[in-house]
Design a protein around this ligand. Structure first.
Ligand SMILES: [Zn+2]
Length: 138
């Protein structure tokens, strides 16, 4: 199985989930080009809107942990009940900061058969910082 350590890290990250309302525990593990694995788990708020997905927690940790030259992300593994795909907000941020990443969706109930996809497949024609370039908008 590819990325066995990454998948195990995502499953372990679920244990850190703070989801007292939904009980939907999600873990994410992001693999950097240097081979480092940075994990995150979802955190919920009673207001719901302030909650943050595991994918974004891992990505934000990685972005603020790695130097700017080390922000090449190879893959992200996401473990949840049912192996859900990232929400729209997470897809947007992955498209901006991990556009080349392989995305590994893991059903925590049957982790041996992950679904493999990619950031580009999850959000084709993504809006990115390149779209904000004034020269391209004339
Ligand atoms: Zn999300």
């Amino acid at each position: 199985m590819p990325h066995t350590k990454l998948i195990q890290s995502a499953l372990a990250a679920r244990e850190q989930s703070v989801a007292p309302y939904s009980k939907f525990n999600v873990g994410a593990a992001l693999l950097t080009a240097r081979g480092e694995i940075i994990c995150g788990a979802n955190v919920e708020s009673a207001s719901y809107g302030l909650s943050c997905c595991a994918e974004r927690v891992a990505l934000f940790k990685a972005l603020t942990h790695e130097s700017k030259k080390q922000r090449d992300f190879i893959a992200i593994a996401i473990a949840s009940p049912g192996g859900a795909a990232p929400c729209g907000a997470c897809r947007q941020l992955l498209a901006e900061y991990a556009s080349e990443a392989e995305v590994i969706l893991i059903n925590s109930r049957s982790p041996d058969t992950p679904t493999i996809t990619s950031t580009a497949a999850l959000l084709p024609n993504a809006f990115t910082g390149q779209d904000l370039d004034p020269a391209s908008n004339c």
